[in-house]
Design a binder for this molecule. Sequence first.
Ligand code: SF4
Ligand code: SF4
Length: 217
Amino acid sequence: MKSITKQKPFDEIKEQLDRFDRVYITGCGTCATMTRTGGREEVMDMKGRLEELGKLVTGSTVIPTACDEMTEVAISEDKGAIQNANCILVMACVLGVHRVSLYIDKPVIPALDTLFIGVEDSPGDFREVCAQCGQCVLGETAGICPLTACHKGLLNGPCGGTNNGKCEVDREKDCAWTLIYQRLEAQGRLDLMRKYHAPRNSNVTLSPRMIKITSQA
Ligand code: SF4
Ligand code: SF4
């Protein structure tokens, strides 16, 4: 499972950095490296582009996993270069940006947009698997998420556009509900196709989402 990101357009990064002339860059050695948006190569490329703009890049690092607590240690190892910068450009997903901003009292600028949580089907080919809706129905849809796998996010069976098992929105793609049907049939649970799923309860996904886990006796 990975946090899938894309690099922001360079003009947007440039605009966000407009008021800063000394920049420290951090990448991430996990998801952003796999998606080629914030690994060593991309950090070096960004450094070159910022220098061409006349910025001083005071230093850079690729934190092993930018979203975890070891980020504090990784950052402390380059304290001098960070002190010398007037902002930090973070080439990691939003969790990495959030984590870095916990430990650095300087403006933190994201260089990436976080798109979704997904899996890598083949090298470089990422697919969203969960929209974190908070009301999972996978147990009744044979493990295929209708919110992410169906282009219309339909919860109660296919739309009228299914054609020979392909989706009407993207004919290259299998219809999610055809796949759900086939898997339920193979599992002898086809009756679940008739189960009605009520509209999503939006109270479950009030923002910001929070949860308190308490230990159970
Ligand atoms: S139904 Fe889909 S979006 Fe909702 S929690 Fe399950 S996998 Fe995630
Ligand atoms: S054809 Fe299938 S996957 Fe495509 S929008 Fe309709 S139900 Fe969803």
